[in-house]
Design a protein around this ligand. Structure first.
Ligand SMILES: Nc1ncnc2c1ncn2[C@@H]1O[C@H](COP(=O)(O)OP(=O)(O)OP(=O)(O)O)[C@@H](O)[C@H]1O
Ligand SMILES: [Mg+2]
Length: 212
């Protein structure tokens, strides 16, 4: 799926200040893009707009399917999966459960879902951790579990908000690799970040400090 922003402006209700104006962008499938800008510039807010959770005051965010047909708002929201700093769904369950649930929701049989989850976890450097309870993993490992879950979900758009916020350089690099695997698999990956290593790994970047 491809997302576009055309001349997008936004202010929070009750706020007299316009958070951003004239934001233009296109985010094709198979790419990994950064949203950058100082704290408070609106990166998280723009992710909400790109995920269809908020509506712009001006301009439009549009989602297109593989045939370049406009996707209806409800389907656009369903097509999005979120990677937040801590959004483990089943913190008390095992790693494999957290990942295979995506494939189950997508309609796979339990055996196939388990197999796919195992393979993905191995690619994400989490082989051998399948039966660990997610709460007992490091932050970087948990983040990779979250991205593995996104990869197996039918959602085609991955919106990641500071996914490397609390991670050291090694874990940051592993998380970047996982996001790249998702993009290479055809997902549209958009990452709000302050992290120069993440920006450098992206195909493109939109700087919100210029959108005022
Ligand atoms: N629900 C809200 N209601 C009103 N104002 C908000 C709301 N959420 C965020 N803001 C304000 O909008 C501005 C942009 O916030 P946002 O979280 O999008 O920035 P950000 O670029 O993601 O910052 P950070 O890098 O710190 O995460 C901030 O000034 C914030 O206080
Ligand atoms: Mg933010």
């Amino acid at each position: 799926m491809r997302l576009t922003a055309g001349n997008v402006g936004f202010s929070y209700p009750g706020s007299r200040e316009r958070l951003f104006i004239g934001v233009e962008g296109t985010w094709p499938s198979g790419t990994m893009s950064a949203l950058m800008g100082p704290s408070g510039s609106g990166k998280s807010t723009l992710l909400d707009l790109l995920g269809g959770l908020r509506q712009p005051d001006e301009g439009a965010v549009t989602c297109y399917d593989g045939d370049e047909r406009v996707v209806a708002p409800a389907l656009h929201r369903q097509a999005c999966t979120w990677v937040l700093q801590s959004n483990i769904v089943l913190a008390q369950r095992t790693v494999i459960d957290n990942v295979m649930i995506s494939a189950l929701v997508a309609g796979e049989t339990p055996a196939k879902a388990r197999h796919e989850a195992h393979e993905t976890l191995a690619r994400f450097g989490l082989g051998g951790r399948e039966e660990r309870v997610v709460n007992s993993l490091s932050g970087g490992e948990q983040q990779r579990v979250t991205i593995a879950r996104c990869l197996l979900s039918p959602a085609e758009i991955v919106l990641a908000d500071e996914p490397t916020g609390n991670l050291d350089a090694r874990n940051t690099s592993l998380v970047i690799d996982c996001l790249r695997i998702a993009a290479t698999a055809g997902k549209t990956v958009i990452v709000a970040t302050h992290d120069h290593a993440v920006m450098a790994a992206c195909d493109r970047a939109l700087d919100l400090s210029e959108a005022r």
